[in-house]
Design a protein around this ligand. Structure first.
Ligand code: GUN
Length: 286
């Protein structure tokens, strides 16, 4: 029987630490770390994420400011909002929820955010800092995965980690974080030959492909630790269900430890966003 990694609990502990840090800032400066969350359009999944982020920020003693813009917002308008938030001293962190509607250029927006306020860690400067092992603001989802792995396994040195997926948001930064933690890292993607065989050699598997239950027991070595980043909305038995990229029932018996969906990576991502907002506020105030 695998250990079920309790992302909710680890996240709650981190949010409590952030709340202490936010309180210390309030005592010293009389202000609360401010997080601006920008949502363009009405994508249902994005609305849920944004609602969760704002609720958790309040719990952590942060000041969260939500900006909702219509789906037909143009680039000039969104650029102007980002400029305003960049110049607002009460805003220490800016998050523009992705994906953006197709008339908007995501790269332009990401690069326009002041890197010191880039709590997503997506700005090219922060991506570069991460690549050279010098990061202050690290992408939240991979950071959350790393914290769970360290909590479960302790030192990760020398372990073979396979990251499935190569997105800028999860796969690539995840691989860099694991490399900095002294893992031997392989990235499996759509053009990889024998992905299953490679994955079966891994001590650590991080699945971030967005394909419902793609990873079954045939991909996983006995005793491996498995982190499931997938959140796939699926109709099953007439009900809406959230399923991961890992077939939990199949993999759990062979794994040493595994994250559930929901209650694994999701809460950790949000807790890391709170932590990044605190880090950004400290850096801007000192
Ligand atoms: N959409 C899905 N994940 C994320 C994330 O971590 N940050 C932002 N800004 N948008 C997302």
């Amino acid at each position: 029987m695998a250990q079920i990694i309790d992302g909710k609990q680890i996240a709650a502990d981190l949010v409590a630490e952030v709340a202490n840090g936010a309180q210390a800032i309030f005592s010293e400066y009389g202000i609360r770390p401010g997080l601006a969350v920008v949502l363009v359009g009405d994508d249902p999944a994005s609305q849920v994420y944004v609602r969760n982020k704002v609720a958790r920020a309040t719990e952590a003693g942060l000041n969260s400011i939500e900006h909702r813009l219509p789906a037909d917002t143009d680039q000039v308008t969104l650029n102007a909002l980002v400029d305003e938030l960049n110049n607002d001293p009460a805003v220490h962190g800016i998050l523009v929820q992705l994906p953006l509607p197709e008339q908007l250029n995501e790269e332009e927006i990401i690069s326009r955010i002041n890197p010191r306020k880039d709590v997503d860690g997506f700005h090219p400067i922060n991506v570069g800092e991460l690549a050279i092992g010098n990061a202050t603001l690290v992408p939240c989802t991979p950071q959350g995965c790393l914290l769970m792995l360290e909590k479960t396994l302790g030192d990760l040195s020398g372990k073979h980690a396979v990251v499935i997926g190569r997105s800028n948001i999860v796969g690539k930064p995840m691989a860099l974080l694991l490399l900095h933690a002294n893992c031997t890292v392989s990235i499996v993607h759509s053009r990889t030959r024998n992905p299953q065989e490679l994955c079966k050699q891994a001590d650590i598997v991080v699945a971030a492909v967005g394909r419902t239950e793609m990873v079954d027991a045939s991909w996983v070595k006995e005793g491996a630790t498995v982190i499931d980043v997938g959140i796939n909305v699926t109709e099953r038995d007439g009900k809406r269900k959230l399923l991961g990229d890992v077939n939990f029932a199949d993999v759990e018996p062979v794994a040493n430890a595994i994250t559930p969906v929901p209650g694994g990576v999701g809460p950790m991502t949000i807790a890391c966003l709170m932590n990044n907002t605190l880090i950004a506020a400290r850096n801007q105030l000192s």
